[in-house]
Design a protein around this ligand. Structure first.
Ligand code: CP
Ligand code: NVA
Length: 308
């Protein structure tokens, strides 16, 4: 069973193959009207369940469109409207859904829910974001970086702000794709130590630098994300804003990075909080390419899971 649960759990060769495949599928669609199905229909006769226990725009639409382009069908399910949200166990949900559908994508809170689903499903399970990681996003981000600036291996990525779920998958990707990563943010929001040591053991540099201006020197890519994630209580909002104000990505900070440095954000962005409008809409920003590439990267991920 090939589940796509986290970037650090998958062989680097397989990850590289998915990026290559995603770019091939994107090229094959070049110039086609949006609703056109792919010439190949690898997901014909496949039904994919997309479960959301948190809000989503990109993940929901890109998975749904990706499956349809490949000739398959989707069921978009809200956790709260399923028995899952009313006491049925995740294990039983996994056993039941496996009798109906060919693959399950889930966006949930605790990672334990994703792992339990994967343990008991007899069809592939894809992580569409948990409180801890967001691997599909970083596959799209690696693809996006390489489209613009060539191989990511050996490059310097700087993560600004909260060492959250998206940051964690970037740390995983650093180890697997061979790039260096500098985290700049307050100590209380550092990425998990276990992820940092695991990436370092794979031979890449993971640096913690509290001074944002110093952190971005020589960067090939600067990344920001929301200061308050969906799983963070709104009560943390005021504190987070105080802790993170010094880590806003503005033009001055971007000017301190390398001349060709790109800016990324997984979106949704809170303009003029973690990033200014000038950077979001500026020439170094590739945020909408990242959003588009979710579609192509996830099509490659789904095909890898199903072996089709
Ligand atoms: N980046 C991302 O996962 O966006 P959504 O929350 O809209 O799915
Ligand atoms: N860190 C954000 C990412 C949203 C796609 C969150 O979890 O809310």
């Amino acid at each position: 069973m090939k589940h796509f649960l986290d970037i650090n759990k998958i062989d680097p060769g397989a990850l590289r193959g998915m990026i290559t495949h995603a770019r091939e599928m994107k090229d094959a669609r070049n110039g086609l009207p949006k609703g056109t199905p792919d010439a190949e229909q690898p997901l014909k006769n496949h039904i994919v369940a997309l479960i959301f226990e948190k809000p989503s725009t990109r993940t929901r639409v890109s998975f749904d469109v990706g499956v349809r382009q490949m000739g398959g069908e989707t069921l978009v399910l809200s956790g709260s409207e399923m028995q899952l949200g009313h006491g049925e166990s995740i294990a039983d949900t996994a056993r039941v859904l496996s009798r109906y559908v060919d693959m399950i994508m889930i966006r949930t809170f605790d990672e334990s829910a994703l792992l339990e689903l994967a343990d008991h499903a007899t069809v592939p399970v894809i992580n569409g974001l948990t409180n801890r990681t967001h691997p599909c996003q970083i596959m799209a981000d690696v693809m996006t970086f390489e489209e613009h600036n060539g191989p990511i291996k050996g490059k310097k990525v700087v993560w600004t702000g909260d060492g959250n779920n998206v940051c964690a998958s970037f740390v995983h990707a650093a180890g697997q794709f061979g790039f260096d990563l500098t985290f700049t943010g307050p100590e209380a929001l550092d990425p998990e130590a276990v992820f940092i040591s695991e990436a370092r053991a794979k031979g890449v540099e993971i640096v913690i630098e509290r001074n944002a201006a110093k952190a971005v020197e020589g960067a090939d890519l600067v990344v920001a994300d929301t200061w308050v994630s969906m799983h963070d209580g709104q009560s943390t909002r005021a504190r987070r804003h105080n802790q993170l104000r010094g880590y806003q990505v503005d033009e001055a900070l971007m000017n301190g990075a390398g001349d060709d440095a790109l800016f990324m954000h997984c979106l949704p962005a809170h303009r003029d909080e973690e990033v200014t409008n000038a950077v979001m809409d500026g020439p170094r920003s590739v945020v909408f390419d990242e959003a588009e590439n979710r579609l192509h990267a996830q099509k490659a991920i789904m095909r890898w899971c199903l072996g089709v």
